[in-house]
Each structure stands twice: as C-alpha cells, then as structure tokens.
Design a protein around this ligand. Structure first.
Ligand code: SF4
Ligand SMILES: [Zn+2]
Length: 414
C-alpha cells in the first residue's frame, strides 16, 4: 500500500481558509427546516449486528438544533445543518427532544413490527446529527431523561449516541456512566474519526481536532465501560479513488489499534448545501464506487468483527449514494448492496466472492488515475467552486427517497 504523505496541516492554512469560507457561505443559504415538536425528524427500524447477533434496532433522529461546529462552517460533506431546526431558544425547554423521543418509541408501528418479527427492540440508536452531549445542541435535562427512558424499555441491550470528543470530558463521561450503572444496558458513543491522516481529516474534511483527542477519549470511555464507535468516511473531497481507498484502510486499522470497539464505515453520499455537492456540480467529485467499498472491506478482513458497512441511513436524505457507474447490467448495484447486507450479518468477505460485472474494469481504470499535488488540486477545485457558488441551486432529491421519514427496513446494517 502506498503511504499517503500530504505534508503538515499547517502547510494548508490558505486552502483551509478558502474551504471554510465556502462551507460557511453554503450554510447561510439555507434557513433551516421546520419540524414538529411531537414527531422525531425521522425514525426507522432494521436489523443490526449486536455482538454477532442480528438484532432489531430502532434508529431515531431527533430534530437537530444545529451542530455548533457547522455554525462555524463545519465538515465539508455534512448536510445536517440543512435539516436542522436551528432554533436555539428550544434548547431551554427539555421537552422538545424528550417529546420527539417518546413519540418515536411509542409509535404503534414500532411495536407492531416488534410483535410481527417476534423480537424485542435490542438496540436504540439516537441521532440528532450533531453532538448529543453538547448543551448548546441538546438541553442537559433532555440528555439525561432520554437515556433514562431508553434503558427502561424492555429488551433494550444497547443505546448509541454521537458526539465529537471535544464534548466528552471526564465529568460528562462519568455522569453518563452513572446513568447506565445498574441497567445491564451498554452505552456506545459514536465519534467521527473520519480519516487518520491529519491533512485529510483537518483540511479536506475540515473536521478539526487531533488524533490524540481520539486516543484519549477512547481510553476515557473504556475506563467507564462505554463502547467507543468510530465513523470512518470513504472518499473525502479532493482525493482520487485510490487515495480514498488507501486512506480508509489505514484509518480502519488505526481505529482498531487505538481501541475503538466498533467501526461504522461510511461511503460518502452527497448532501445538499455542502462543499462536496458543489464539487460534484463542477465535475471534480463523484461518490465512491461500490467496488471501492468492497475493496476496503476485503483489506479490512483482519478486523471484520468490528468493521461494519453503513452509509445508507442519513438525515436529511442525500441526493446520491455510493454506487457503481455501471451501464452494463441493471442489477449490478442492487446485487452488491444485497451482498453488503449479508456481510454486515456474517462479517465474512466471502459474500463478495462471486460478484462481478464488466464495470469493474472502468473502476480499475479510475483507481489508476493520478492527480497533481494535493495543495494544487484543492486550489484548482476551489477556483471552480468560486465560479458557481453564487448561483448554487441544489438538484432536487428524488421523490421516492423522501418517503424514508418513517419506515421499516427489512435489511441488515452495520
Ligand atoms: S459531521 Fe458532525 S461535527 Fe461535522 S458538521 Fe456534521 S454534525 Fe457537525
Ligand atoms: Zn456493473
């Protein structure tokens, strides 16, 4: 594997300023989304691999109030701000998020599904597309109450929330651990590690933060018996297909090495009002091929027990997901998605063995493409962005993907 060396983060100060300028501009174009108090922004059910057992999982997205980091520009691929309610005054009232959580877990469709599947809901994943433990995004009383309610639901074995390490001080972590102490329910906290390489994480993605922060937070969570989950992205902007594959493989192994107990590998999807969407418009970006997803999974087979493939359950709905740019066989993408679901259950890369299609040759050609030095490439692509940003108008989301707001998925995820 070619070692990725893009220099130091500080070599890119000018490029970073340009990137932040663009993402801020895009965030300001969208006023935000109105969502009801008594309904979560979205919920869905699916089967997930919980310690090797396929388990019924309820994922709830509480209406985001707007990630603090996104307010300052935020990550180049993240469209959460577009779907955020952005009303800070709601934070003073804990009932806002509590009511949404209760409405999702008490929805008759949820319990009818549990009954018809003859399984209890074992896993509750709570997203609000930001940082659960940041009091500027979620009222502290709501944070506690929702977790207290979640662990009391019959059959629940694990609850997952998300936060950047910046909001996981020892005080916060010990308090969370106390809530779960006598419950027999595991708490898992997902963190967006995204990329091991400092330049890719901090410049291409604009995630900011150090690797040491992740190392320290993983150790802290483990000390309090909380499971650390890493989100890893496939194909951040400005990278070639091959660089993206190599980076994802290196990041997954780094995450395993520093002690993450689970990895959710997220092939990039395209979200409106993001820099990635603009780069797609200029022709400088396309989402990763599904062959790349398989390639990364194969090269991570040594850590497959903790390596799951996600990237399909986003809020708001993306305009494009990872796919093969295939004109040869109509069901090429479908077959691979089905194989990925099987992989998530079995964690065996043998599910990819008999999958083939002539478009694989085009993917291999794509992997051979090289580009100039990263710095030059970023500037060239941002010049293209500057030419269209003032007239940016995102492509409409396909109508049939908008029905995901409340749905039961008969599939397996990571
Ligand atoms: S990816 Fe997470 S940290 Fe980054 S802008 Fe989105 S919600 Fe905020
Ligand atoms: Zn194909």
């Amino acid at each position: 594997m070619k070692e990725l060396d893009f220099g130091k983060k500080t070599d890119y100060n000018i490029e970073l300023a340009r990137i932040v300028d663009s993402v801020k501009k895009l965030r300001n174009l969208k006023a935000g989304k109105y969502t009801l108090w008594n309904e979560a922004a979205e919920w869905h059910m699916k089967y997930s691999n919980l310690r090797g057992v396929s388990s019924l999982t309820l994922t709830i997205t509480l209406s985001p109030t707007g990630c603090d980091w996104a307010r300052q520009g935020g990550c180049t691929m993240c469209g959460e701000f577009e779907g955020a309610f952005k009303k800070n005054d709601l934070l003073h009232n804990p009932q806002f998020h509590i009511a949404q959580f209760v409405s999702a877990v008490s929805n008759p469709k949820v319990w009818e599904t549990s009954k018809s599947e003859n399984k209890s809901i074992s896993w509750i994943r709570i997203n609000q597309e930001g940082n659960y433990t940041n009091p500027h995004e979620m009222n502290i009383e709501a944070q506690d109450k929702i977790l207290q309610l979640a662990i009391r639901l019959k059959g629940v074995k694990r609850v997952t929330i998300e936060s950047r390490p910046q909001y996981l001080s020892e005080k916060v972590v010990s308090h969370l651990a106390e809530i779960f102490r006598d419950s027999n329910v595991e708490l898992e906290i997902g963190m967006g590690l995204e990329a091991e390489n400092d330049v890719i994480r901090n410049i291409c993605i604009n995630k900011q933060g150090t690797k040491q922060q992740f190392i320290d937070t993983v150790n802290l969570l483990k000390r309090y018996n909380i499971l650390p989950l890493a989100y890893i992205i496939l194909k951040p902007p400005f990278l070639t297909e091959q660089e993206a594959i190599d980076e994802a493989v290196a990041t997954a192994h780094f995450a395993a090495k520093i002690g993450f107990s689970r990895i959710s590998f997220e092939p990039m999807s395209i979200h409106q009002y993001t820099l990635v969407d603009l780069l797609k418009e200029t022709g400088d970006y396309s989402p990763p091929w599904l062959w790349s997803v398989i390639e990364v999974a194969k090269r991570c087979s040594d850590i497959s027990s903790i390596f799951g493939i996600g990237g399909v359950g986003y809020y708001p709905i993306p305009s494009e997901y990872t796919h093969n740019f295939c004109t040869e066989k109509k069901d090429c993408n479908k077959r691979i998605i089905e194989a990925i679901k099987k992989y998530n259950t079995s964690r065996s890369i043998s599910v990819f063995k008999n999958i083939d299609c002539s478009c694989k040759g085009y993917w291999l050609q794509e992997c051979l493409k090289e580009d100039c030095a990263l710095k030059d490439r970023i500037n060239r692509q941002l010049d293209n962005v500057d030419r269209i940003i003032d007239n940016y108008s995102p492509a409409p989301i396909p109508i049939n993907s908008l029905v995901r707001r409340q749905r039961i998925i008969a599939g397996n995820s990571q």
